[in-house]
Design a protein around this ligand. Structure first.
Ligand code: UDP
Ligand code: MG
Length: 306
C-alpha cells in the first residue's frame, strides 16, 4: 500500500548528518501518526551512502537512491520526486535546517484541502548577511520580470500533493529550477511560517558563484524580459542618434562644422561597444540553455536503489 507521506531528502556530503537526521525525522513522523517513506537521494557524495546503508535495517521506511555522480540539488530532488509514492510529498534538507517539527503543521494544512503548503522562513539570521541581501534582490528582480511569481523566503521545503508532484514529474525540461516549477504548476496553496535553524554539521556547498549561477538559471528559465530589454534599448538609442544627427546637421548648416573632439567620440564608441557585448552575452545565456535542453539528456542517472 502506498504511504501517505513521502519525504525526499537530497544528500551531498552529509555523512555526519545521516544518523541524527533519520532519528529526528522518524520521531516526528511517528508522532504525526501517518504512514510514510523517507527517500534519501545520495547525490554522488563521500561516505553518505555507506552511512545510509548502515542505518537501513533500523528504518524500514527508508528508501535510498544512489545517483551515479553529483548532479546538484535540483536533480537529486527530481530523482526523489520521480520515485515517491506518497499522497503528499515533502522535500527536506539533510542538515536539519528545515526543522522536522514543522512537518506536522504542513500535514495539518494539507489535510484541510490545500495542494501546496509553503513553509516561509521568518528568520533568516542563520544565513550570512550577504546571502540575505542577494536573495532578497533575486526575488524582487525575478518577480518583477516573470509572470510566475515565486514567494519570497520560501525554499524547497514545502508540502505538495500527489497531483502537483505528478505535474512536475511530467515536465520534460532537464534544466530544472524547481522553486520556479513548483509555483508554475499552480494549485491551491497556503503558507505557514517557521524559523530556519543552523546547519547541524558539515558545510553548505552553495558559495557566491554557485548562487549567482543559480539565480541566472532562475531568471532565464522563467522570463524572456532580459532578451526583450535590448529591443527597447535599441529603439531608444536609435531615436537618440537620429535626434543627434539632426542636431549635428543643423549646427553644420547654420554655424559651420566645429570638430567637437576625441572625448565625445570615444565615449559613444565604448558605450555602444559595451551595450552590444552585453546584449550578445544575454543572447548567449539563452542560446546556451536552448543548446543544453536540445540534447535531451536526463537530469539525473540512478545507479542503484536500495
Ligand atoms: N545538496 C545536494 N546536492 C548538491 C548540493 C546540495 O543534494 O550538489 C543537498 C544537501 O545535502 C542538503 C541540501 O541540498 O540536503 C541543501 O544544501 P546546503 O545545506 O548545502 O544549502 P543551503 O542550506 O546552504 O542553501
Ligand atoms: Mg543547508
Amino acid at each position: 500500500m502506498a504511504p501517505r507521506v513521502s519525504l525526499i531528502c537530497p544528500m551531498y556530503n552529509e555523512q555526519e548528518n545521516v544518523q541524527v537526521f533519520l532519528s529526528s525525522i522518524t520521531a516526528i513522523l511517528e508522532s504525526c501518526q501517518v504512514t510514510y517513506e523517507i527517500i534519501c537521494v545520495n547525490d554522488g557524495s563521500d561516505n553518505t551512502l555507506e552511512r545510509l546503508l548502515e542505518q537501513k535495517p533500523a528504518y524500514p521506511a527508508l528508501r535510498i537512491l544512489n545517483l551515479s555522480r553529483n548532479f546538484g540539488k535540483e536533480s537529486a530532488l527530481s530523482a526523489g520526486l520521480s520515485v515517491a509514492r506518497g499522497d503528499a510529498i515533502i522535500p527536506i534538507d539533510a542538515d536539519l535546517q528545515d526543522p522536522p517539527e514543522v512537518i506536522g503543521r504542513l500535514i495539518a494544512e494539507w489535510e484541510k484541502g490545500f495542494d501546496v503548503v509553503l513553509a516561509r522562513r521568518v528568520d533568516r539570521s542563520s544565513d550570512h548577511p550577504a546571502k540575505r541581501v542577494s536573495a532578497s534582490l533575486f526575488y524582487k528582480l525575478h518577480n518583477l520580470i516573470s509572470k510566475q511569481k515565486i514567494p519570497e523566503n520560501v525554499g524547497d521545503f514545502r508540502l505538495i500533493s500527489r497531483r502537483v508532484a505528478n505535474e512536475i514529474v511530467r515536465l520534460p525540461e532537464n534544466q530544472r529550477f524547481l522553486k520556479g516549477l513548483f509555483s508554475w504548476v499552480g494549485f491551491k496553496s497556503t503558507t505557514i511560517d517557521y524559523e530556519r535553524a543552523k546547519r547541524h554539521a558539515g558545510t553548505s556547498t552553495f558559495n557566491a558563484w554557485s548562487l549567482w549561477n543559480f539565480a541566472l538559471d532562475g531568471l532565464t528559465s522563467f522570463s524572456t524580459a532580459p532578451l526583450r530589454l535590448w529591443l527597447y534599448l535599441g529603439i531608444f538609442f536609435s531615436m537618440m542618434s537620429f535626434l543627434m544627427g539632426c542636431y549635428i546637421v543643423f549646427i553644420a548648416l547654420f554655424k559651420g562644422i566645429a570638430v567637437e573632439g576625441y572625448a565625445s567620440l570615444i565615449i559613444v564608441v565604448l558605450f555602444f561597444g559595451g551595450i552590444q557585448l552585453t546584449s550578445i552575452g544575454v543572447l548567449g545565456e539563452y542560446i546556451g540553455r536552448i543548446y543544453l535542453e536540445s540534447k535531451g539528456r536526463p537530469s539525473f542517472i540512478v545507479e542503484d536503489e536500495y
